[in-house]
Design a binder for this molecule. Structure first.
Ligand code: AMP
Length: 215
């Protein structure tokens, strides 16, 4: 099964995707994580991507599409795949359709998470991320047991550069301009689109997600 998670920054896609991964052996394509890893490793892709990311802008489509192609080609046939943070533009959505077609498959469902802007801004501002295992916390709603330390693996949590207020506003604008057309693209296609209210407890949102994808 191939599921695409869409929604603005801070809506909880990463949290919901991690909870879904507890359900079974999902493969994930999380372009934000792949880019952050590349930036940390100092690869050519990472160096190119970092300036866009820090400003809250999108990394150019060709770089992202190559990254996703590489990731998909390494997956076993018939794997359950969840996309988080991709596609973010209409050209990316078209490229994904073409890539999946080459692999003899297609998206089964698109899930759009929604929440009011003031909730998104508050969630992003309070977000803290684990650099080692990717666990996500929020200083307001879901703090770690020991201040600043990951409950899962003990690493020191950090605030993403692009989670600072200056970048968050830009990321919301970019979402409206570039990514909302992706939702329309799928609505016009044959792929079923589910809309889920994400301004609720994570467990309730997860129950809706599993109901929508039938898992
Ligand atoms: P995320 O972790 O999904 O919020 O992504 C963090 C940043 O990585 C974004 O603000 C973009 O700069 C970049 N990024 C992640 N995924 C994509 C994508 N599919 N297309 C372009 N840029 C992306």
């Amino acid at each position: 099964m191939i599921v695409i998670l869409l929604g603005p920054p801070g809506v909880g896609k990463g949290t919901q995707r991690s909870m879904l991964e507890e359900e079974g052996p999902w493969r994930k394509v999380v372009t934000g994580d792949l880019l952050r890893e590349a930036a940390r490793a100092g690869s050519e892709l990472g160096r190119k991507a970092k300036a866009y990311m820090d400003a809250g802008d999108l990394v150019p489509d060709d770089l992202i599409i190559d990254l996703v192609r590489e990731k998909l080609e390494a997956m076993p046939d018939g794997a359950d795949v969840v996309f988080d943070g991709f596609p973010r533009t209409e050209p990316q959505a078209r490229a994904l359709d073409a890539l999946l077609e080459e692999l003899g498959t297609a998206p089964d469902r698109v899930v759009l998470f929604t929440a009011p802007d003031d909730v998104l801004v508050k969630r992003v501002a309070g977000r803290r991320t684990c650099p080692e295992c990717g666990a996500i916390y929020n200083v307001h709603f879901d703090p770690p047991g020991t201040g600043g330390i990951c409950d899962e693996c003990g690493a020191e949590l950090f605030r993403r550069e692009d989670d600072r207020p200056e970048s968050v506003k830009r990321r919301l604008e970019v979402y409206r301009e570039e990514t909302e057309p992706v939702v329309e693209y799928y609505v016009r296609s044959d792929v079923p689109v589910s809309r889920i209210d994400a301004d609720r407890e994570p467990g309730e949102v997860q129950a809706s997600l599993r109901r929508e994808i039938g898992r």
